[in-house]
Structures are given as C-alpha cells and as structure tokens.
Design a protein around this ligand. Structure first.
Ligand SMILES: O=c1[nH]c(=O)c2[nH]c(=O)[nH]c2[nH]1
Length: 305
C-alpha cells in the first residue's frame, strides 16, 4: 500500500466562452452587443463533485450557459460588467453553497456600415480595434470588478529612443534616439469597491480609459516601453478616481531597420523588418497610493504580473 495521500486544491468550474450576440430591436435602428462570456463557480461543498462524483450540488455548466442567454433577454446587457455582476449575484444568492466565482467577458465592437454616407440601421462591420475585457470576482463575500482591453495595436514611427542600457560581451544592440515603438496593449484596471458600490458608468469609463491610453502613448516621448507603460497607467489613474490600479502586458513589437547598402541604397529610417518573435515582454502594475491591495481580485484572471 502506498502511503501517499493527496487532497484537492483550488478549483472552480463552469461554462467557458458563451458567445452571446444581443440585438436590441425596439426600433428599425438596431443595436448590437457581441460578447464572449465565461461563468465559473466556487464553493467548499463542491469538493465531493471532484472526490466522489456526487453531483447533488453541481449547478450544471449547461445551466450556467443557459442563464447567460436568459439574462441577456430578461435584463439586457448594457455593459459587460453589469451583465457579470447580475450573473454573479444570481448564482451566489440562488444556491447557498455557491460561495463565489469568476465571471469573465470579452466584448467585440461593431461599427455601422455607411451606405451613401449614412449609417445603416442594421448592417455592421467589425471594428479592428481592441477587444474589451471585464471580470467580476466574488470571493470571501467581496465583489471585485476589473475592466480592460487587449489587442490594442499601436505604433509610433518616431518619438521613441532606447539608450543608456548596460553592455556586456553579449550586448550587440545599438543605442538609438529614433526608432519605431510598437506594441499590442493588454491592460486591465481594477475599480475601487466603493466606486462600484456607488455605481459606475462602465461604458463611459471604458471609452475614457482607452482614450487616455492612446493619447498618452502618442504624446509621451518614449525613453523605453517600460516608461511609456508607466505613463499610460499613471495617466489613467490620475484621470479617473474610480480606478485603484492598472496592470499591463506589452510585447515590444520590434521593427528592425533593413540594411539596404548591398543594393546601393540608403535607409534613413524608412524600411523596416517587422519581426514577430522573439519580442520584448514588458509587464507592470501601476497602483494608486493609499488604496488597499486586493490580490483576490486577480485570482485566476488570465494576465501577468
Ligand atoms: O523599450 C525597450 N525596453 C527594453 O527593456 C529593451 N530591451 C531591448 O533590447 N530593447 C528594448 N526596448
């Protein structure tokens, strides 16, 4: 007989990636909300579903999925954060053994197709810009809301340098005072619990933070992607009192100047090779001074740092 013993560690379960498209069609001018929603539940008493296959407390993942669609019909979406808060409250209040969970959403944006210069009522084209992110975390009786974005691809063709780094026998990188800076921003920010309690216009905040990120990227003269990232997070926290902290992951999408000398040509920062890998990976958290840290808000949230 083996004397090895094992026990069950952290767990949660639910339905991942419920693709939800909600059309609001009260008038001829339709509205579209396009989301990818994941619902997962936690609770100490769920342990038996893992250990013995006792399903008596398992709110089926199929039920969780159905609830997502039913809630879209019954309550609308409004914002991904509000949808997730409704789902979280529902599961925790309807089933007394469900202690918490993690609800996540991505939202894809659409523009109206222009027809003869006019916005079409019910034909849309997917926006190439960022995917919106939202999470609601319920843990230990507390509710945490984060918002964010991913795949916000930005580039500046000047106004970026990288100099002054240490050199050793393996360093070949040439210092530059004029390079391309490009990245695909993943950023998530946590709302102060008291601001969530008081009521947040999540859609307005999302638009505002996205705008601040872009404006800061454009206006800051970059000494390194690290410094640009810091300035972006700092600007968002300064602009919006609802935000407690911002986390970023930014790949440095390197653009290497192509040597055109073999063809008898100069290359005054005009022709670049856009490498896809390897890439620098710059991650950081920017925190408002004086706010309580909330590591639980980030449990199992797929990010970084
Ligand atoms: O903005 C940058 N940060 C770095 O840390 C780094 N390292 C590197 O090789 N290039 C760059 N660029």
């Amino acid at each position: 007989m083996s004397d090895v013993t094992v026990s069950l560690g952290a767990n949660k379960y639910g339905k991942a990636e419920c693709r939800l498209v909600k059309i609001t069609r009260d008038t001829a001018r339709h509205e579209i909300e396009d989301l990818n929603v994941t619902s997962q539940l936690r609770g100490a008493r769920l342990v038996d579903s893992y250990l013995t296959g006792d399903n008596s407390l398992v709110v089926a993942t199929d039920t969780q999925k159905n609830t997502v669609y039913a809630f879209a019909r019954e309550h609308g979406v409004g914002s991904p954060e509000e949808l997730l808060l409704r789902l979280g409250d529902h599961f925790v209040s309807s089933f007394d053994w469900i202690e918490g969970g993690l609800w996540q959403a991505e939202q894809y944006s659409w523009d109206r197709i222009l027809l003869d210069g006019l916005e079409h009522d019910h034909s849309f084209v997917r926006k190439g810009q960022a995917t919106r992110l939202a999470t609601v975390q319920k843990v230990d009786g507390e509710t945490h809301v984060t918002a964010g974005l991913k795949d916000l691809v930005v580039l500046k063709s000047t106004g970026s340098e990288f100099r002054g780094f240490p050199r050793d026998r393996y360093t070949t990188l040439i210092e530059t005072d004029d390079r391309i800076l490009a990245t695909s921003v993943t950023g998530r920010w946590r709302y102060l619990p008291e601001a969530v309690e008081a009521g947040i216009d999540f859609n307005a905040l999302y638009a505002g933070v996205s705008e601040v990120f872009l404006a800061t990227f454009a206006s800051v003269h970059s000494l390194a992607l690290q410094q640009t990232q810091w300035e972006m997070g700092k600007a968002a926290i300064e602009a919006f009192p609802e935000i407690a902290e911002v986390k970023f992951a930014m790949p440095n999408k390197h653009h290497f100047l192509v040597d055109l000398a073999p063809y008898g040509l100069e290359n005054p920062n005009e022709v670049f090779y856009a490498a896809d890998r390897p890439y620098g990976l710059i991650e950081g958290t920017i925190v408002r001074d004086g706010v309580a840290a909330a590591p639980q808000a980030w449990t199992d949230v797929p990010t970084f740092v």
